[in-house]
Design a protein around this ligand. Structure first.
Ligand code: DX5
Ligand code: ZN
Length: 218
């Protein structure tokens, strides 16, 4: 199993100071930097694309974890790979060909992730277990930071954990993770905790020492 990692989402950072915000997050102990890409179509919000990721790359020492909330995905994979993404996560709901998408991500030399919306069962990832390095369980409906954690998704995390067995697949949890929810999320089996507002809006994220999580607050 993996040590717990905290992945601050720059969706909650100062949009005029992303470089400094990424450095501050890493200096505070962040392991990964989570970049939320939204297209105003798959989700009802717009953020940034590959050019922004490329500009960010020199400001991130560790893992650039890019969460693609876009449809279609395939036309943009190479651009995000060229921008220096270490992980590219696509949604199982984003189109009819998630398997092809994951193949293309790996063919581009990038770790492949699949994300599951709150309305999607863990079993949707079952046929993809040999195709993925990460499964992201959404604990909010994607589109916006600062939403409340959907506690019923703890069962989906447990289901994913049981399903992956001893495969070396990260379980990432995204949405509403803060000091209150992080311990439950870690206990359910997640090892990558995305946190936006809790990190960049004055709060903090921690999981009990037993789970080895860093504490990050900026
Ligand atoms: C939601 C994004 C999340 C979000 C998390 O669509 O995928 O990464 O930024 O933000 P918080 O931690 O504020 O829920
Ligand atoms: Zn995200």
């Amino acid at each position: 199993s993996h040590p717990i990692r905290i992945a601050p989402s720059i969706l909650a950072a100062d949009f005029a100071n992303f470089g400094a915000e990424c450095r501050a997050a890493e200096d505070a102990g962040a392991d990964w930097i989570h970049v939320d890409v939204m297209d105003g179509h798959f989700v009802p919000n717009l953020t940034f694309g590959p050019a922004m990721c490329k500009a960010l790359r020199p400001h991130i020492r560790g893992t650039m974890d890019v969460h693609l909330m876009i449809a279609p995905v395939d036309p943009y994979i190479q651009a995000f790979a060229d921008a220096g993404a270490d992980v590219l996560t696509a949604h199982v709901e984003a189109g009819p060909h998630i398997h092809r998408t994951l193949q293309a991500i790996r063919a581009a030399g990038v770790k492949a992730g699949v994300a599951l919306n709150p309305g999607t069962p863990a079993s949707a990832a079952q046929p993809l277990l040999d195709m993925v390095d990460l499964i992201c369980v959404m604990t909010v409906n994607p589109g916006f930071g600062g939403q409340s954690f959907i506690a019923s998704q703890l069962q989906t995390i447990r289901d994913v954990k049981a399903m992956i067995g001893d495969r070396p697949i990260h379980i990432e949890v995204d949405g509403g993770v803060d000091t209150k929810t992080a311990p439950d999320v870690a206990r359910a089996g997640a090892d990558v905790l995305v946190a936006g507002s809790a990190v960049f809006r004055g709060g903090s994220v921690e999981a009990p020492d037993a789970y080895g999580a860093n504490i990050v607050a900026i």
